[in-house]
Design a protein around this ligand. Structure first.
Ligand code: SF4
Length: 347
């Protein structure tokens, strides 16, 4: 448990480092936006850095802070500038039209699409063009203490990422040891993956190995199964082809979820209403969760209703301004939400 706890704390520090320092080469043409624990059904990354076009990111705010899911994206990205019957202007989605109609109604309710009736026909018109805000996705795996077995499973995860090519770059962030050659460089990891050595307390990162850019526009390969065990296992690996269009859609869906969530959303899977929960400023600004009962940073898995020390905050804590303002738990959420919004210009 200790290592997963420190991994969680390290992950939050990586997010903060990326928020302040991305990209490592110091260029300023993109805006970087950071999220955590996102990916696909088969693969979830610890930290995601989205490099965005600054103007387009600003325009994305027109569509509100919540994500647009695949069916909504299909509608808003293809909606015309002038009124038209939806079936005449939307490409066939590959699933029944009735789901498209439902998506049109939801988009209308969210205020991101205009609709009207012409007899039995639903016509649509866009409110804003959906901007091309996502430029690159950078995925980072956090492994503060990389022992041999962690390196083996990390190697497999990175091979999967390189073969699929869903992210433009994949990285490993590890704790800086200060040795002449960082031990992570001696592990058998794919050479396409970048390596970042991070001092989490000082929040200083050093690039030990630059990654290769992966071909996100080209079809990828999903590794489904591979031979297990030692070198005598001659069974075949199983792969699946991933076409470019599927990758394009998946990338945008991931980006939309990142836009909604950011990386400070850890509080949503914890118990900020527990009397022992607090947010502590690590370097004078970054707020990270802290448990007074355990006297350390708790993980999301620990900080749940099944925690043996959980105690709901007493009602008297809520009396100031309650129920409008809520108790400290609610204030923690508001504080983090405010910081999350600050990273999404235009909201
Ligand atoms: S006591 Fe348990 S539930 Fe309460 S803050 Fe600590 S870890 Fe979370």
């Amino acid at each position: 448990m200790e290592s997963s706890r420190s991994e969680f704390a390290f992950e939050l520090r990586t997010c903060r480092w990326a928020e302040r320092n991305w990209p490592p080469d110091g260029s300023t043409e993109h805006t970087a936006f950071v999220a955590r624990q996102l990916g696909t059904k088969r693969r979830r990354w610890d930290t995601l850095v989205l490099e965005c076009d600054p103007d387009a990111l600003y325009e994305r705010a027109n569509f509100g802070p919540d994500r647009l899911e695949g069916d909504l994206l299909h509608v808003v990205r293809n909606a015309p500038a002038d009124w038209a019957y939806y079936r005449d202007v939307l490409p066939h989605p590959g699933y029944p039209w009735r789901y498209v109609r439902e998506a049109i109604h939801r988009a209308d309710e969210r205020g991101v699409l205009e609709t009207r009736r012409d007899g039995n026909r639903i016509q649509i018109r866009r409110k804003w063009a959906y901007p091309d805000w996502l430029e690159r996705i950078v995925a980072i795996e956090n492994k503060p203490d990389l022992d041999a077995s962690a390196a083996r499973s990390l190697g497999r995860q990175l091979e999967y990422d390189v073969a699929t090519g869903l992210a433009d770059e994949v990285w490993v962030a590890t704790r800086k040891t200060g040795e002449r050659v960082e031990p992570v460089l001696l592990e058998d990891l794919p050479i396409e993956a970048g390596v970042l050595a991070l001092e989490p307390d000082a929040l200083v990162g050093e690039v030990e190995w630059y990654p290769r850019t992966l071909p996100v526009e080209e079809p990828g390969t999903r590794i489904l199964e591979r031979p297990e065990g030692d070198g005598r296992d001659a069974s075949a690996a199983r792969f699946e082809y991933v076409d470019s269009e599927e990758k394009r859609e998946k990338r945008l869906e991931i980006a939309e979820r990142a836009y909604e969530r950011g990386w400070r959303s850890f509080v949503e899977t914890m118990r900020p209403d527990c009397r022992h929960f607090e947010l502590r400023a690590v370097d004078g600004s970054q707020l990270t969760p802290h448990c007074r009962a355990k006297n350390q940073t708790q993980t999301a898995a620990e900080c749940s209703s099944t925690c043996p020390h959980v105690e709901p905050e007493p009602p008297t804590w809520r009396t100031k301004g309650w129920p409008i303002e809520g108790g400290p738990g609610k204030r923690c959420r508001q504080l983090l939400e405010k910081r999350r919004r600050r990273r999404r210009p235009g909201l």
